[in-house]
Structures are given as C-alpha cells and as structure tokens.
Design a protein. Structure first.
Length: 528
C-alpha cells in the first residue's frame, strides 16, 4: 500500500513485493531486537530489489530517526566519513532515484538499501550438474547394486516383503563421510570423486504381491536427522497396501542420523563450515535420484521383486516403472521440494508438514531449540545470531524448497517436467510452522480447496476436483503464536495429517490423477 511503512520493490519494474515484518522475539533483550522482513512469495532469480523503511516508531510511540550516516546520504549533506562518501553516488542513482520514481519520497526514509537475489545457475547449478553427470554415468552402465536381505512376512497386516540392498552411487563430496563439502573444480562446479555405497529399502505390500498387478513407485523422504527406517512406519504400510504402492527409501545424506555429530561440532567449533549441511544434502539428492532410476530400471526385474500372477501363473514384477511419485514428511517435505524440482522422473509429489525457507522455520520449531541454545552460547550478542540465521539461508537455498519453489510448477529446470504439488499441513504444528507452507504454496501458484478451514492470503479458493497444486490445512483446534517462537508442544499435531484416512485418500487421488479432491466431510478438521 502507498502508506506501508516497509516496501520491497523490484528495481527494474517497480512492482511491489508482498511481505511481512516482525521483531525478533526469540530472545529477551529489548534493546537488541532485530527487525526482520520476509517476502511472502518467491523472489525472482538474479533480480535487484529495493527496500524502503519509513514512519516507524519505538515502543513509546516516538518516531525513529535515521542514523547520522543514512541521513547524510538521504539529505545530501557532506561528511568527513569516507565510507559514507563512497556510497553517495550509488545511493543517489541506484536507490533513491528509483524509489522516487516508484512513488517513495526520499525525505520520508529512515533506511533504504538494495540487494540482488542469487541467480538460477548460482542456486541450482551444482545440483543440476551432479544430476546430469549421474545420469550420464548410469547410461554408461556404471550403476550397480547388491541385494543384502529379503524378508517375507506371512502374517503382517499390510506388508508382504521387505527388500534391503546397497546401491553404488557417484560421489561428489570431498570425502565419503559426514562433515564433507562438495568438491569444486576450476570452474566452481563439483567433480566426480569416486563412489559411495547407499543402503536402500523397498517395501512390497500384500495387495501388490497377492494381485500380481504392479504397484506404482512411491519414494519416501524421512524426517529431521532420521533414516530410511521411517518407511516401515505403520501408516505408510497401510497407505501402500490400501492403494497399491511399492515404497522406496534411502537415507537423506547431509540430514540423516549419521550427520548429527558433525552438525553439532560445526555449530560449536566453526560455523563458517555451515555449508556441510546444504552441500552434503545435495549429495543426498544424487542418491535419491539414483535410487529412483534403480527401482524403475534393473531392480524392478530382480528376482526379489517378482511375484506369481494368480491367474496366469507367470512370474511378474511388482513394480510399475511408469508410475513414479514422491512423498516426504517434515524434513522430507522441506528438502523434498528441491528434490521434486530436480527430478525428471517423478510425476507429482505430496509434501507433508513441510515449508520454506528454513530461515523462517527454524526459530518457530521446537526441534531447533537445542541448536539455538548452542548458537546463543557461542554468539552472546542476539544481533549476531540473527545475522547468522540470514547468512545460513543464502546457503540453504541450494538444498531446500525455497531455492527451487519458483521453478517447480512453472519454468522448470532443463530436461525436467513441471510438477504439481499437494501440501498437507497441520495448524499449530510445533515443528514446522504453517507460515512456511503458505509461502511455499504461493510460490507454487497453489490454491485452497473449498471448504478450507481458513482463508490464506494469496491463495485462491477452488472447488474439489481442481487439477493443479494445492495446500490443505488440517485444523486440530490449536493456535499458533504471532512471533518467531515455537508453539506449545504439549499437543503437537506434526505427525497427525499423514495418518488421517481422508488425507491418505486425497494423496492417492492426487498422485494418480493430478486432481485435488476434497475428501473431508466439511473443512479438514479433527477436534476430538
């Protein structure tokens, strides 16, 4: 609005960017509360934006004055400060002039600056290069695997067989262990550095094994610092059996249980190596991509994945290699957004209780509390901690949904189809705030399905049967704080939507048909 105290403006087009702002309430020092501004939708790659702040008051209602340095720049008054004078010409031409053209008088400003977003190649380029090199190596016959165990279950309610194995995958990290960064050649891109062995799990439900009709591949992404063992959860077994999916899982290298020690050590010893998380997670993308190619290729014809057709008696594969989908929850929904954008194989994806960016999610998550205490111990100044959170996000962009959200459903990566995405989240989630899911949904061009439990700014309402991306929020009668702090976790609905029968049915319809059907009786609520 014309009278908004904060504006974000595209420097080239003059377009105003929707956003929200808040004070940092994650700590108790009123004198050190940083003002934080978040775009409410994805910014464009490689684009210069202007930020203008005016008309702010302090807690007593008194106007906040600009700093002496900014006032001198704004008003054109000379100083003997060399740093200020070096900035004067640039601020006049690149900041103040375009702001005035956009209808923002410089006399009103108490602070203004510009920034340039990362380029598409800068954010996605390494992951795309590794993906393409991986596929070249697979096409050259370099992929190999070994079955390590086949477990048959005769009395399990949902699961007929679990197949475990190891897949050999190209390595693009400095070394094959936690705490590694990606390799870097003279061109700045990763390079092939040998190979690594990746354990995998395939679960075949009773319905697929007994019918002889192949099941679609549903690749699963596990939660925070977890493992592929999560794919054996009861609700996933029920989902796979009810709707005929063959489940596939690998650990998310970079954010799996084995990475925990290295992450903690980095925080308390050398936070400048924060890149070990997003960069090693991109090695994890390679391993997810390779696992999907394995199951939709040679593994599908392995004896361990064959069954006898009950009518013909023929030996047939349990895998439908033409239907390939992704489903991730929590961390699997956060990193999974980037994986979805990268994969040329999966048709559609369901992201459960996810969101973006991490810089918005972390302080609102009970999962981050212990790590946050470490940061506060290492960096006692709250402003330093807040700045570190911003710096971290510039690295996170390459390995989580935020850096890829704007190119997932439209303008996709080279040789990659656009995807539709269904997001299922819980209001009051104590681990992943719905604010992040709403941001991500707007970037996807997603909609709400009528009747929704509430309106969400920027998301239009569509009728059941809508073909495209959608956000479905579940209401459990819980509230969310209006600050960057975690909700009360005494009742945490984080794991609930994925177990709702209506959510499972909606997931299946969406993955198979691309339409979002309202499967709840009224708004999706469970207030019991």
């Amino acid at each position: 609005a014309d009278d908004s105290p904060i504006l974000i403006i595209d420097a080239d087009t003059g377009e105003r960017i929707p956003h929200f702002a808040e004070l940092d309430m994650s700590q108790d020092d009123d004198t050190q509360r940083m003002l934080m501004i978040y775009p409410a939708t994805a910014l464009d790659y490689g684009t210069r934006y202007l930020v203008a702040i005016r008309g702010l008051t302090d807690t007593a209602g008194s106007p906040i004055d600009p700093s002496d340095a900014f006032k001198a720049l704004r008003d054109g008054s000379a100083t003997d400060d060399g740093d200020v004078e070096l900035r004067r010409a640039y601020m006049d031409d690149a900041v103040f002039a375009p702001l005035e053209t956009a209808g923002v008088p410089r006399d009103d400003l108490i602070l203004a600056w510009d920034f340039v977003t990362g380029s598409k190649d800068g954010i996605t380029g390494k992951a795309v290069w590794m993906r393409d090199d991986l596929y070249d190596r697979i096409d050259a016959g370099e992929m190999s695997y070994t079955i390590t165990e086949v477990e048959d279950f005769t009395d399990d309610a949902h699961t007929a067989r679990r197949v475990s194995g190891e897949l050999t995958v190209p390595l693009y990290a400095e070394f094959d262990d936690r705490g590694a960064l990606l390799t870097r050649g003279d061109d700045g891109m990763p390079y092939h550095n040998g190979s690594t062995t990746v354990p995998f799990t395939v679960i075949i439900p009773n319905s697929v094994m007994d019918s002889g009709e192949p099941g679609a591949i549903l690749q699963y992404g596990h939660g925070l610092l977890g493992s592929q063992g999560e794919v054996g959860s009861g609700y996933l077994a029920e989902l796979a059996d009810t709707y005929g999916y063959v489940l596939l899982a690998v650990d998310w290298t970079g954010m799996k249980s084995d990475d925990f020690d290295a992450i903690v050590l980095m925080i308390v010893q050398d936070i400048s190596r924060f890149g070990i998380i997003p960069e090693r997670s991109q090695q994890g993308f390679v391993e997810f991509l390779a696992a999907m190619r394995l199951l939709s290729g040679p593994l599908a014809q392995d004896d361990a994945l064959m069954t006898t057709h009950p009518e013909t008696g023929a030996s047939v594969s349990v895998v439908n290699t033409e239907e390939r989908y992704y489903y991730g929850n929590s961390q699997g929904g956060i990193l999974g957004g980037a994986y979805t954008a990268l994969s040329p194989d999966i048709e559609r994806a369901v992201l459960g209780v996810g969101g973006a960016p991490y810089g918005l999610l972390l302080l609102r998550s009970v999962d981050f509390t212990a790590y946050f205490l470490m940061l506060q111990t290492m960096y006692p100044d709250p402003l330093n901690v807040a700045m570190w959170m911003g710096y971290m996000q510039t690295l996170w962009d390459s390995a989580e949904s935020s850096g890829y959200a704007g190119i997932t459903t439209t303008s996709p990566l080279p040789d990659t189809p656009a995807k539709d995405v269904l997001m299922q989240v819980a209001i009051g989630d104590a681990q992943v705030t719905t604010l992040g899911a709403q941001n991500q949904a707007r970037a996807y061009g997603a909609v709400l399905i009528d009747p929704a439990v509430r309106e969400v700014w920027g998301l239009p309402m569509e009728q059941s049967g809508y073909a495209g991306s959608a956000l479905v929020e579940w209401d459990y009668g819980l509230t969310e704080p209006f600050s960057n702090t975690p909700p009360d976790d005494s009742t945490d609905p984080h794991g609930w939507p994925r177990k709702e029968p209506e959510a499972m049915e909606q997931l299946d319809i969406f993955l198979r048909t691309g339409t979002v059907v309202h499967t709840c009786d009224g708004p999706c609520q469970n207030l019991d």
